[in-house]
Design a binder for this molecule. Structure first.
Ligand code: 13P
Length: 251
């Protein structure tokens, strides 16, 4: 059975005081997590160790980096390596978020290198894909997303690809308050799964968790997560409000 994953992406938000308060709230909250349903917190890099410590009392809460570099170590000022992340016990990394693609020019090929080094170090990539508005309006989103997957992931063998988590985030729904409809989310998630089935096998496709991201809130989480191919969410804004995100985890 594939895992349900509810992931918080704090992005570049929160002071140390706010991070402390949020992490304390999540650590103390009654959360319906278990071995089949986990929560992952992608916090800003300076809070990674703090988050690990604060959430350590619950074995189903994990901490993720929001990015990493494609090289093991070396003269890459300002970057974060998987070697560093591994050494502080980080098990997940968000890769290919649309903000990284758009503002920092990350290409599908560059992301392939990042995926490789994460897997080499036993770190699970939460690999983001998703189309901009003009692609959705042209109704070519399925092919657009399939190409993102193909160019960054399809060099992997079946055992490697099965380790990934995919997050589908339509760019037009991120931070806009405009969520994809349940039907739009389900349709794309089914399309992504069929792309994996075609390239690998039904068994591989069935094993991969595919999260939806884009204006997920406490008020819409349960209905989106109820779609058969939606295995959880990647949540931005609402993950910075303790009560909201606790409700989303428990949705
Ligand atoms: P919002 O939930 O703020 O729309 O952000 C989604 C997102 O980009 C999560 O990675």
């Amino acid at each position: 059975m594939r895992k349900r994953v509810i992931a918080a992406n704090w992005k570049m938000n929160g002071t140390l005081e706010q991070a402390n308060n949020l992490l304390d709230a999540f650590a103390a909250a009654p959360l319906t997590v278990n071995e089949n349903k986990i929560a992952v917190f992608a916090v800003p890099a300076p809070y990674l160790i703090l988050a690990k410590e604060k959430l350590s009392g619950n074995p189903y809460l994990f901490v993720a980096a929001q990015n990493c570099y494609s090289k093991k170590s070396g003269a890459f000022t300002g970057e974060l390596s998987v070697e560093i992340l591994k050494s502080i016990g980080i098990e997940y990394v968000v890769l290919g978020h649309s903000e990284r693609r758009e503002y920092f020019g990350e290409s599908n090929a560059f992301l392939a290198d990042k995926v490789n080094i994460c897997l080499e170090y036993g770190i699970t990539p939460i690999f983001c894909c998703g189309e901009p508005l003009e692609i959705r309006e042209a109704d070519t989103q399925n092919a657009y997303v399939a190409k993102q997957l193909e160019e960054s992931l399809f060099h992997l063998d079946a055992s490697a690809i099965s380790k990934l988590i995919i997050a589908y985030e339509p760019i037009w729904a991120i931070g806009t308050g405009k969520t994809a409809s349940n039907a739009q989310a389900q349709e794309m998630h089914a399309s992504i799964r069929s792309v994996f089935a075609g390239e690998y096998s039904e068994k591989v496709a069935d094993s991969i968790s595919i999260l939806y991201g884009g204006s997920v809130k406490a008020s819409n989480a349960a209905e989106i997560f109820a779609e058969p191919d939606v295995d959880g969410g990647l949540v931005g804004g609402a993950s910075l409000i303790a009560d909201e995100f606790i409700k989303i985890i428990n949705a």
